[in-house]
Design a protein around this ligand. Structure first.
Ligand SMILES: [Cu+2]
Length: 147
């Protein structure tokens, strides 16, 4: 009887330990169905300034940069890549300049003032240290024309 009780007590603890270990191993790995996307702009859109851009996300959360604790494993913050020819190194923190714009506060939209002409936009999610998740959550690259 005592042995049986011990087994009943120990098994859930072992199971919990396995789950904790697994959650560390997959710390920044979004679920397969997770994605980021533009809510209000399509590839080929023709727009005028100011250009409102809404950032969409599914299957993963939004949290400010620097978030500590469990939430950093299941959420990140948006970055807007503007007129980038080549993606940054996805194993390093995302650079911060006029072509890699960080939305550190967890913003889900932005208003841009862009020169007239064609521009490319792409979303890339980053973690608490501004590094892309693994695999990265990156949107389709769209081209818009600003009149
Ligand atoms: Cu960032």
């Amino acid at each position: 009887m005592i042995n049986k009780i011990n087994t009943l007590l120990v098994m859930p603890l072992i199971a919990a330990g396995v789950l904790v270990a697994a959650s560390f191993a997959w710390a920044h790995t979004p679920p397969e169905h997770a994605k980021v996307f533009f809510v209000n702009l399509e590839d080929g859109a023709v727009v005028t300034n100011p250009v409102k851009v809404e950032f969409g996300i599914k299957g993963f959360g939004i949290t400010p940069a620097g978030t500590k604790g469990k939430q950093r494993h299941s959420a990140g913050h948006h970055h807007l890549l503007i007129d980038l020819e080549k993606l940054p190194d996805l194993d390093e923190p995302i650079p911060s300049d006029t072509q890699h714009v960080h939305y550190d506060q967890g913003e889900t939209s932005a208003v841009l003032d862009l020169p007239s002409g064609r521009h490319t936009l792409q979303l890339l999610l980053g973690d608490e240290d501004h590094e892309p998740q693994d695999p990265p959550l990156i949107s389709e690259k769209i081209t818009i024309t600003v009149n």
